[in-house]
Structures are given as C-alpha cells and as structure tokens.
Design a protein around this ligand. Structure first.
Ligand code: EPU
Length: 429
C-alpha cells in the first residue's frame, strides 16, 4: 500500500545482486568443503536456493556471511516443486553433472514473461559430453567423461552461459563458449570460480575460454557478491518519477551506465562518484526511446521501471522489448492508473501524462517494481496486489523506501479498508 505523490530524497544502500548470488551459491557444489560468501541478499530466491542445496545434502548457515558446506552431495535432483518456484534452480545441472556425473532437474515450463526454453543449456552441455533424456517432466543427464569443446550459443543466454561455464571448469581440456553472455553477473561467477582454482579467460567478453582442472577447492577468503544493478536502477527511477533526489550507495557505477544514460535522456541529472550514483529531477521528464538488449545494452530487467518513467514524460516514448516475448504485462496495469500506452508486438508506445492511484496486480518481479514506482508517483492510495513477487528480488524494499520518505507499508487482507490502509502507510512516514 502506497500513499504516493511525495518526492523521495536521501541515500539508499543497495544489496548484493540476486542474479549473481544464485549461480554463485550453486557453484559452491563444484568444490567440496565449506564456502563463505559475503553480501548475499536476503531474498525469497536466495532462501529457495539454500533450501535446494540443503535437499542435495549441502547444509548452510546465514548471517553476515552465508556458509555453505558442500563436503557431501547426497542427491542430484532439483524436483518440480523447487524449479516451478524458481527457474534459476536449473543452474544445478552443470555443477551436478561435473561433480556427480548425473543430475535430474525438472524441466522449467514457461513463465509470465515468456516461454524461456533451456535448449542452449542442453546443447552446450551435450557438446561437453553430457547425454540427456526427458522423462516425466524431468531432464535426466549423465556425464561419464566431460571433455572441453567449442560451444556456439544461438543467443547470449545468461544462465545458459553460467551452466556451461560451471561444467567446463572441471572438464578435460579447453572449452570455448562463443557468443557468451557478458553481464557483470557472469564476471562475478567467473571470479568466484577462479578463487576456487578454475582457469577462465575472457569473462565480460563474448568468448569465454576455460581450461579444465581436475579439482577445485573452497577459497580461504569469503567471496563478496557484486551490488545489484537492477535494485540500484529501480531506486534511481524512484527519484525520477517522484521528482526527488536519491543517491544509491555501495554500487558499481560502471554497471549502471546504460540505465543512467537513459535517465539522463529523460531529463534527470546523474552524478557518479566512487561507489555512489545520484539522480535528481529538477524539471519535467522528457520522452525517450528504449530497446532492451544483452549487456552492455539496456537491461530487460529495467524495462518495466522505465515504462513508469515514460508514463510521466512530456511527450511520447517508445520502449521495445527484444529479450522476452511477453514482458509488457505491466502496461495493462499502468493503464489502470491512467497511463496511455499502446502495444504493437513487443513495442510499447507511451504517451506521457499523469498517473492516478488505483489497485493494481503484479505479474512478475520487475512489473511489481514498476507498479510500486507508479504508486510512489501518483497522489493518493495505490494498492499493489501479489507483492510476493517483490520479495524474490528486492531486499527490504518497504524499509528502504520509508527511509527515503515514502509512505508505504505492507497490508494484510484483514486490513484492506481505506482508513486502516492509510494508517499503515502513515505509520511509515
Ligand atoms: N533462451 C532460449 N534458449 C535457452 C536460453 C535462453 O531460447 O536455452 C532465450 C530466452 O527465452 C530469452 C533469451 O534467450 O528469450 C534470453 O534469456 P536468458 O537465458 O539470458 O535469461 P535467463 O538466463 O533465463 C537471466 C536472469 C533474468 C534476466 C535475463 C536476461 C537470472 C537468474 N535470471 O535469465 O532475470 O531477465 O537473464 O538478462 O540470472 C529478473 O531478475 O527479474 C530476471 C528475470
């Protein structure tokens, strides 16, 4: 519940990256022993990953550092009840095949934003010598002898690159992954693996070269997960849509360049210094053109949030989604708040204006963020339903927004009458 229309102002510390933490937690399977990780965000998806590791036989402890003990792997399965909640569970495929020579992973189905097949993961792992069959909705994989190979990806898939990389580090000989994803999360995973003794070159470029090693061992020092560039970008958009002044701290400004450049085109002032980025909006928002692309292009995970920015601009913007086929679901909900948005295929044409408070429904993680931003901008009470999506990817979103001056609170079903909702948000301010 949000009582919107107030500028957000102040500093907000950004948590560790969800999409770096998930593969790194799973990569601990490759080196038997105790691993320590720092800056792991406290999210529903990290809890799901730790519970999946627990089911595999690897207990963990959370605290300042997350500790995972991968001394023994007792099972090699990621069942449907885990994978259907979190697609990233499919990342256990490469590590389990490399460590145990077998893996059974439920085949993820489509999700709200697209069909999201894993053919490239399987193709790359097959090139390294894995064999797969699909039975009962599960992918059954075996690998008697992993050998390095040349893998040519049809698209730079992020988790596909990660899965193949994690198998290749323990394969015999050299693997080259061509058309690899270049996201900072791939670089973080490669750095973590190097800390275990893996030999990897080219992380951050489109060709990864991996020289397999016979074994990996846990690092003596904890690995620190990189900052979450999408969380950071979402807070910067909060400044843009509310006419505020927000500084994100604990970030890597280099990872935020595409987002910062787009907000500058939209008329915001951007200032990067050290590990902080500040966004201020002093005048009206200007319309802009945006096209999602693999890194270093504009991230698909920020398209929804920028759509909210576009709804408030002084003119017509276009946003084109090229990564996922169905990632404009937030447009229909933003229309409920008065936005004027036309959709043509994967393109949204947004005629800027004003937003008005309403009850809206979140369809996925980033769509939820876009609706929260809209609620922060629109005067009056906005109710965002199904906010459990937010808990998958934003650590303490409500607490952090309150510190920036937002009137926002979580309301249970029993509290959903107007006065109680207002009280819940006001208590926050
Ligand atoms: N694709 C295939 N075949 C494959 C793999 C991918 O056709 O084998 C297609 C997908 O369907 C999609 C495109 O390739 O159209 C790119 O998908 P990609 O595989 O790169 O996405 P992902 O690895 O499943 C990760 C993030 C997503 C993020 C995308 C794109 C994690 C855990 N997830 O997903 O994050 O949107 O990369 O950057 O890293 C989010 O955090 O909200 C989120 C959805």
């Amino acid at each position: 519940m949000i009582d919107g229309g107030r500028p957000l102002e102040g500093q907000v510390a950004v948590s560790g990256s969800k999409n770096a933490a998930l593969p790194i937690l799973i990569a601990t399977l490759l080196a038997p022993g105790e691993h320590r990780l720092a800056n792991v965000p406290d999210l529903a998806d990290t809890s799901s990953t730790l519970s999946l590791l627990g089911r595999i036989g690897c207990p963990s402890l959370t605290g300042t550092h997350v500790r995972v003990d991968t001394t023994r792997v007792a099972y090699w399965e990621a069942p449907y009840d885990v994978v259907r909640k979190m697609r990233a569970s499919v990342l256990v495929l490469g590590p389990l095949l490399a460590r145990c020579g077998k893996a059974v992973v439920s085949l993820p189905g489509g999700c709200a934003i697209g069909t999201r097949p894993i053919d490239q993961h399987l193709k790359g792992l097959e090139a390294l010598g894995c064999r797969f069959r699909i039975e009962g909705g599960n992918v059954h994989g075996v690998a008697d002898d992993l050998r390095g190979a040349d893998v040519h990806l049809d698209m730079p898939t992020v988790t596909g690159t990660e899965n193949i990389l994690m198998a290749a580090v323990l394969a015999r000989g050299t693997t080259r992954i061509h058309n690899a994803a270049r996201e900072p999360e791939i670089v973080d995973l490669a750095n973590f693996l190097k800390g275990l003794g893996a030999q990897i070159e080219g992380a951050g470029s489109s060709t990864l070269v991996i020289e397999g090693v016979p074994r990996l061992t846990p690092a003596s020092r904890p690995h620190r997960i990189i900052p979450d560039r999408i969380e950071a970008g979402t807070w910067l958009c909060a400044a843009a849509v509310t006419g505020g002044d927000v500084t994100v701290t604990d970030v890597e400004p280099g990872h935020l360049e595409a987002i910062g450049a787009k907000l500058a085109e939209a008329g915001c002032e951007i200032e990067a210094a050290g590990t902080t980025v500040r966004v201020r909006r002093t005048g009206p928002l200007r319309p802009f053109q945006l096209r999602t692309l693999p890194y270093p292009g504009f991230p698909t995970d920020m398209q929804a949030q920028l759509m909210t920015v576009a709804t408030l601009a002084n003119g017509t913007s276009t946003l084109e989604e090229t990564i996922f086929e169905n990632r404009l679901l937030h447009a229909a909900e933003l229309r409920r708040m008065g936005a004027r948005i036309e959709e043509r295929g994967g393109m949204a044409i947004v005629h800027g204006g004003t937003l008005s408070a309403a009850a809206v429904m979140a369809s996925d993680l980033r769509a939820s963020a876009a609706l929260v931003l809209a609620g922060l901008a629109a005067p009056g009470l906005t109710e965002v339903l199904r906010i459990y999506h937010l808990d998958r990817g934003y650590e303490d979103l409500v607490g952090k927004a309150r510190k920036l001056g937002a009137r926002i609170g979580r309301v249970s079903d029993g509290e959903r009458d107007h006065d109680r909702m207002l009280a819940a948000t006001a208590a926050a301010a």
